[in-house]
Design a binder for this molecule. Structure first.
Ligand SMILES: [Fe+2]
Ligand SMILES: [Fe+2]
Length: 173
């Protein structure tokens, strides 16, 4: 199971935490781990956006800039680890085994991964190479804010798809 690279955000992998102690099957553990990763991702990207938006007030402190660059790199790793978790063994393969009718929507969501990963990687590269000016941080903060919104849409659609699959399962379909 991929570890969260932002250690301070969630210390314990879900599979060994008390939070998932009452899960009965591997499928339930997987969904709960996915929920935790979605919560982590949302928290990390919202926090990242907020911290970058505060940067203009500390424009001349180079150590804060390097802290932020590290945060951007950690967020990038977290994103890639999350996508890898979802794609391990085939994207949402267990979910689609329950509800094959959702496979077109799943294929669209999987394509989002490539676009989102490439887009954030470009932002991270821009952040590393940019001059640390008020305008550049402001611009980066806005771009990461927009990215965070789009990531949230992707995750919401993913959660909806999984819920629909479970409803199918409960209904025997
Ligand atoms: Fe995803
Ligand atoms: Fe996801």
């Amino acid at each position: 199971m991929p570890q969260n690279p932002i250690k301070s955000f969630r210390e314990t992998p879900a599979a060994v935490s008390g939070f998932v102690g009452d899960a009965r099957t591997d499928g339930e553990l997987w969904v709960r781990e996915l929920d935790l990763q979605h919560l982590d991702l949302r928290g990390v990207f919202v926090m990242l956006t907020e911290r970058i938006e505060r940067v203009p007030t500390i424009d001349d402190r180079s150590d804060s800039h390097s802290d932020l660059l590290e945060f951007v790199a950690d967020a990038s790793q977290l994103l890639e680890a999350h996508f890898a978790f979802e794609e391990a063994g085939g994207y949402l393969s267990d979910v689609l085994a329950i509800a094959p009718r959702l496979s077109d929507r799943a294929a669209r969501l999987q394509r989002d991964h490539d676009h989102l990963a490439a887009r954030f990687s470009k932002l991270a590269t821009y952040a590393r190479g940019m001059r640390a000016t008020y305008q550049n941080w402001k611009r980066l903060g806005m771009a990461i804010g927009e990215f965070t919104q789009d990531l949230r849409l992707h995750e919401s659609e993913e959660n909806r798809l999984i819920q629909e699959a479970f409803l199918d399962d409960l209904g025997g379909g």
